[in-house]
Design a protein around this ligand. Structure first.
Ligand SMILES: [Zn+2]
Length: 58
């Protein structure tokens, strides 16, 4: 498995060693990996899947 820098979809920032960040598969299509930084979760920033346009805070 290759190490890739995760990018927070809400903030558009690269997340490295962010303990509060989460990465999960898109609830809509299950293909895209959604990464949210701790800050994005704190402020409930919305995210959008690039593949299926699923949007949500959850
Ligand atoms: Zn999706």
């Amino acid at each position: 498995m290759e190490e890739k820098a995760q990018k927070c979809v809400s903030m558009g920032r690269t997340v490295i060693n962010d303990k509060g960040s989460v990465t999960f598969n898109c609830p809509g299509c299950g293909n895209q990996k959604i990464t949210r930084s701790f800050k994005a979760r704190q402020i409930s920033a919305r995210y959008k899947c690039e593949e299926c346009s699923f949007e949500g805070p959850n």
